[in-house]
Design a protein around this ligand. Sequence first.
Ligand code: ADP
Ligand code: MG
Length: 319
Amino acid sequence: MTPAGASELDEFALIERYFQRPVDAPWLRLGIGDDAAVLQPEPGCELVICSDTLVAGRHFPHHSEAADIGWKALAVNLSDLAAMGASPRGFLLNLSLPEADHAFLAGFSEGLFELAQQFQLALVGGDTTRGPLCITITAFGQARGGRVLRRAGAQQDDLILLVGDLGGAALALQRGASADAALAQRLNRPRPFVSAGGLLADRAHAAIDVSDGLAADLSHLLRASQVGAELDLDALRLHPQLSALPREEALNLALHGGDDYALLATMDADNWQQLQKELPQDLAAAFSVIGRIHGRAGILAIDAEGRKQPVKPSGYRHF
Ligand code: ADP
Ligand code: MG
């Protein structure tokens, strides 16, 4: 509960106006308006749930477009669900707002629901308070029983697959206002690989999404799986605008920059062959093989001349 100023919408009017949308979903027994939501997952499915917080001034600049903030708050969660091989269904929204600013709320909800509608996601509840601008979304989805993809599970000789390209968001951050619109989109409106996640669920041994940089996130997967990796630097798919940079600098952004929301997965060569036959054309272009799992801990990068070098697992760190 939040006491609202006389000129502002009260909390309930605000929720009704900006966030309560008609939902027609068989799994949703009760949505916004009661003390809690009631969900009924499909028989044979497990509920997969994750949560991410965006803090103004830390995860996005204070002057960001409200619509971009709404989009991104949901996108980062959908990327996590995709990395688990789950199919998203809905989400909760916890909003801390300095004031009930109409322009902000209109923009924010527009960006949020633009992405939500692409995957027919329902907003089923949340909380609204007054405070510094901070957005937490808790998203949930489902996966057929026993089919979730974990970070643990990568096996010796698995191929390492990348879905998406790397370094665009980090370059956009570096360029700031001088980034062109296409590049800025990478940072402000990441496109989570939702359908790729569903396809990987049937084939991959392990997966993770790349949010803190390839080196850091691959290291998490390797540690959880207790294996190591050889990374083929020339096979890394970089954002097109990185090709204008010196090679060293481009690789640094690709390996250690954050906010890409690409997916990493490992699978054996037979499964990769099968998966290639199943991939729709538009998605096939996003997949590439960037390395191989081996038994020794850590990441070894291999360049065009076959030279091997250890890669530091550094990425974005909050603390
Ligand atoms: P309570 O006081 O019981 O926690 P609230 O008054 O906080 O309930 O919220 C009333 C209803 O509105 C609840 O169903 C809650 O889930 C929903 N709600 C609150 N804030 C939001 C929001 N930002 N987005 C969507 N639903 C919300
Ligand atoms: Mg409440």
